[in-house]
Design a protein around this ligand. Structure first.
Ligand code: LGS
Length: 444
């Protein structure tokens, strides 16, 4: 008996800005990440995505590599500034790249899963207020409908947004991601506009795409633990859960924002722009939910004056990012979704993986034992969820290959394939060969 049935999809994931390069080719305009990378001190060593993994030119080799590994699905994202380099100005050359890529994938029997927005907002949109300007919802709708019309015949699985928590709170409140603002009020507004844009795309999708096509959203979800049993730490954990999980899950699946968070944010930010119609738009029926999982959070009462919750360092095994390895939370998150939010709705793990200090050994190989152990442990939790009745359809490793890790530049390697950035040569890590074996035997 194998661990995973033949219908379970084994995939890998990437995102446009992190792998494509070709930043000024075929009519692509600048994105907020091109701009952010060019600002002092925002990204490790001033790295940027100008060339990245040059996936834009090497996509055929990359698809062949996936095929050789037996990969069954490829999650990639589309660069909005390639499709609409200026407001209202459609660039067919931009979409041609994704047609070539999709064609190559389908020829090789690899299912494309497309993320419409993985953080590379066109700079022109940001110049007009970006995610702070509610008109962005219409711009996003125009962009999404172009994609559905041009690619919907070939691409059957669509993800509206990747991790809206990151494009709102991490980008507009914590300031670590583009455009690097630090204002809670802005972040709350942005989170709402992102969710509205998601809803708009779903609405348009139902008019354009055939009934065998599916649409969902990808959220980054964390299980939050209080550092101690004290009422203060428990309250902090409740807030952290509201901030990272419920603020997105509740409107999408219950049609309302969590009351405790509305009250808390309401002390510092406006929330009166939220209407009942908005919540209807946001909570439309989805075909699946994508979950990105990396680590858990342990929090204690903090003193930042707003959330008053502080993540603490736990003495446990960590990845190169400093993130605790905690596979059980993957199971717990999936179970919570099934019990409280999604019930029988299909779920996908749209990202899971780890960065380690990978080096090419004298024998020319990359022996990334730790990554193999990490993946194995997480796959065991995935299997446990399925065995317990969970409707989990597939799993995408983050990432196919090392790439531009946002504020960390190229200093962190998440790939199961090593990229030599001097030559753009790809070297399969041991984890890639392990994954190949997992896919063919369907046994951990
Ligand atoms: O490359 C990104 C990966 C890597 O780790 C990808 O583009 C994103 O979609 C995703 O956010 N990614 C990611 N997330 C892990 C976030 C864990 C944060 C834990 C912080 C603990 C202190």
């Amino acid at each position: 008996m194998s661990d995973f049935n033949k219908d379970f999809l084994f995939g890998v994931a990437t995102a446009s800005y992190q792998v494509e390069g070709a930043y000024n080719e075929d009519g692509r305009s600048m994105s907020i990440w091109d701009t952010f990378c060019r600002q002092d001190g925002k990204v490790y060593n001033g790295h940027n995505g100008d060339v990245a993994c040059d996936h834009y030119h090497l996509y055929k080799d990359d698809v062949k590599m996936m095929k050789d590994l037996g990969i069954e699905a490829y999650r990639f994202s589309i660069a909005w500034p390639r499709i609409f380099p200026e407001k209202g100005h459609y660039n067919s050359k931009g979409i041609d790249f994704y047609k070539r890529l999709t064609d190559e994938l389908l020829k090789n029997d690899i299912k494309p899963f497309v993320t419409i927005y993985h953080w590379d907002l066109p700079q022109w949109a940001d110049d007009l207020g970006g995610w702070l300007n509610r008109e962005v919802v219409d711009w996003f709708g125009e962009y999404a409908s172009k994609l559905f019309n041009e690619l919907g015949g070939y691409i059957k699985n669509w993800i509206t947004l990747n991790e809206p928590w990151c494009s709102s709170f991490l980008s507009y409140f914590i300031g670590e991601h583009a455009p690097g603002h630090k204002d809670l009020g802005e972040a709350v507004l942005v989170s709402h506009n992102l969710l509205l844009a998601h809803g708009k795309a779903v609405e348009i999708f139902r008019h354009i795409n055939s009934s065998d096509s599916k649409i969902g959203i990808t959220l980054n979800l964390n299980e939050v633990f209080p550092a101690t049993d004290s009422p203060e730490d428990k309250a902090a954990a409740q807030i952290a859960d509201g901030f990272q999980n419920r603020w997105f899950l509740d409107p999408i699946f219950k049609g309302e924002y969590p009351k405790d968070m509305l009250e808390l944010f309401g002390k510092y930010a406006k929330t009166d722009f939220i209407t009942d119609d908005d919540l209807k738009q946001i909570s439309q029926k989805l075909d699946f939910l994508g979950v990105n999982y990396y680590t858990r959070a342990v929090v204690k009462k903090g003193n930042d004056g707003i959330l008053n919750a502080e993540q603490i360092d736990v003495d446990n095994e960590k990845t190169e990012m400093g993130w605790e390895v905690y596979p059980e939370s993957l199971y717990n998150i999936l179970m919570r979704l099934k019990n409280e939010y999604t019930f029988d709705l299909p779920l996908y793990i749209t990202e899971n993986g780890a960065a380690y200090k990978d080096v090419v050994s004298d024998d020319g190989h990359v022996h990334d034992e730790k990554r193999i152990e990490f993946l194995k442990k997480h796959f065991k939790q995935v299997k446990r969820f399925i065995d317990d009745g969970g409707n989990l359809k597939g799993y995408f490793v983050w990432s196919l290959m090392d790439n531009f890790e946002w504020a960390h530049g190229y200093s962190k390697r998440f790939g199961i394939v090593y990229v030599d950035y001097e030559t753009e040569k790809r070297i399969l890590k041991d984890s890639a060969l392990w994954y190949k074996n997992l896919i063919s035997t369907r046994t951990i």
